[in-house]
Ligand binder design. Structure first.
Ligand code: ATP
Ligand code: MG
Length: 231
């Protein structure tokens, strides 16, 4: 883990100083975690709706560095996934992307990341970890979940095929408090898995992800075939 302590470690380009100049005002910072393999409109609408609805000052996208919760191997390298995320969000002045997890060697858990953020930002900055309804159902079983639940609130957004009720039942079984806000968003039945499958089968992914991401995938030959798998 990079050494912590105030501003010792760069979190991202645009929002490193949030909360430092007016320590008596509450600042809300959204964190959008994911593998982004590749990023698509489902991720983007999720972050934007959460930002607006909960008055988040900014959203930091946090591409995962290496598999932890997922038992699959990534099909694009961390650098490609970081770069695609960067390209997809660059037109939004309130979004940024962090290298925190991609630069780390070995597994990093969400709780590790949130600990680094907590050490970096002053206490008047409150965190909101944004997830889809599929991910929120598992949150109570994530590594270090109890500490994670102290470090951040969650915003769970609707995702087709994953009813909130299932997540709520799972969450109720937790023996500690988890602060979760539920948010209905315009639902997009888009997943990275489906995009990868479409590409490998030669189908179009246009309008499922920004044009610039379609071009990036094509230019770099990502996801086309088993032989292009990078680790
Ligand atoms: P994969 O199919 O590889 O799991 P994914 O589309 O689920 O990819 P992830 O990177 O796993 O994307 O997801 C990151 C976060 O974005 C998760 O919290 C997930 O629930 C959320 N998310 C992804 N797609 C959507 C969507 N279409 N609607 C709402 N939330 C989504
Ligand atoms: Mg997923």
């Amino acid at each position: 883990m990079p050494s912590t302590g105030h501003v010792a470690f760069k979190i991202c380009e645009k929002f490193d100083r949030i909360g430092f100049d007016d320590v008596h005002k509450e600042h809300r910072l959204g964190i959008m975690g994911g593998t982004f393999d590749p990023i698509h409109f489902g991720h983007l609408v999720c972050a934007e709706q959460a930002r607006e609805e909960f008055g988040l000052e900014a959203v930091i996208f946090m591409p995962a560095g290496s598999p932890t919760r997922k038992l699959k191997t990534y099909t694009a390298s961390a650098d490609h996934r970081f770069r695609m995320t960067q390209i997809a969000i660059e037109s939004n002045p309130l979004f940024d992307v962090s290298r925190l997890e991609v630069d780390r060697e070995g597994p990093i858990y969400t709780v590790d990341t949130m600990r680094v953020l907590r050490d970096h930002y002053p206490p008047n900055v409150k965190f909101y970890f944004i997830t889809g309804a599929d991910a929120i159902a598992d949150v109570a079983t994530w590594y270090g979940a109890e500490e994670l639940a102290r470090l951040t609130s969650f915003i769970a957004v609707t995702r087709p095929g994953y009813p909130f009720e299932a997540a709520q039942t799972a969450i109720q079984k937790a023996l500690f408090d988890i602060r979760i806000e539920y948010l209905q968003i315009p639902e997009l039945a888009i997943s990275s898995t489906a995009l990868r499958k479409r590409i490998s089968e030669g189908h179009s992914i246009r309008y499922l992800t920004p044009d610039a991401i379609c071009s990036y995938i094509e230019d770099n030959g990502l996801y086309y075939a088993e032989k292009s798998i990078e680790r």
